[in-house]
Design a protein around this ligand. Sequence first.
Ligand SMILES: *Cc1c(COP(=O)(O)O)cnc(C)c1O
Length: 406
Amino acid sequence: MFDIQEIRSQFSILDREVNGKPLVYLDNAATSQKPNSVLDVCHAYYTELNANVHRGIHTLSQLATEEMELSRRKIQKFINAEHDFEVIFTKGTTEGLNLISYILTQKLQKDDEIIISYLEHHSNIVPWQLLCERTGAKLRVIPIDENGILQLDYLDQFLSEKTKVVSVNQVSNALGIVNPIEEIIAKTRKNSDAYVVIDGAQSAPHFNVDVQKLDCDFFVFSGHKMYAPMGTGILYGKREILEALPPFHGGGEMIATCSFDGTTYAGLPFKYEAGTPNVGGNIALGAAVDFMNSVGHENIQNHENALLEYAQRHLLEIEGLKVYGEKAKRTGVVSFNLEGVGISSDVGMILDKMGVAVRTGHHCTQPIMNFFNIAGTVRASFAVYNTFEEIDILVEGVKKAQRMLS
Ligand SMILES: *Cc1c(COP(=O)(O)O)cnc(C)c1O
């Protein structure tokens, strides 16, 4: 049973008003709201459990450690990792991608190649550019067509024994396009020995992710886009690969022995979790997984796809409105502009006056904006608690913006 009002009642923030109007929160691709169950876990952590993990012999330290490790196992199940120690807590996708690009440094030489796509977030571009600067490797970029669809015949051309990394997102944050990562991974495995990295920041909130079935080497995502607190995230890596690669940060918690003659590293996952982690946040990420499981992946996806289909259909009834990636397979996001009318932030400001929160601008994906020769788009993005009535308000708001700006 999917009861939208019951789901909404779990998110107190959805009851508030903005500019005298009920909040219509359609900026979920930037960050989702958090259900009360997740907020309660944060509060309970600091009122009943707060202690540092993995080090204290005292009761609170042990309880906090147990809760965080329980959360790790929930996330292991959530992405179907083979081992719980393949699940590394990070502070988000950005940290995960920087970590991976850093620990691969020794694996690359001059003229090796790293393949990414045109649809990447800046955080899946810049860390690889930095890796290229450190090693002399070259970046190759899979192009898109006018619908934003990846041109995979270029991937066929690019792949060779020089390819050391292929890193792509499963879902584009700017356009919501679902990329055929199964096919990308299969092609990569067939034609190279490259490490496969998947940016799952926009897929983990919407899909059932199965890292073993995907057969990716790394999979990263952010907690805050899937109902968990800010400053939480996950890096999944295959056991043999994480065991063979060097650490990222050095410090407490990540050593087995430390002396001035040399240091040996702790086993997984601690080798990659130097310093005091965000214990309360990491526990709350487990509660966010519980929330998603309680709703059910199929319910989440069906509802969000229905919202997207409804929003696109009604937005396209507006004359002069262009949806980017209109014909591509998408999830959770509709990105559009009113042609010849103002700029995206003008539309966003008018919508805000009506209580509607959308993102405007380049969405940390300037190459996509350059491709379409625009400065930005208006992006409405959906979560499980959004309603068809809210989309009606969005569409009315966009019509009003068009009248006011033309
Ligand atoms: C949000 C996002 C990122 C960056 O995530 P942070 O939580 O800001 O670290 C990377 N890639 C995609 C596709 C995203 O949507």
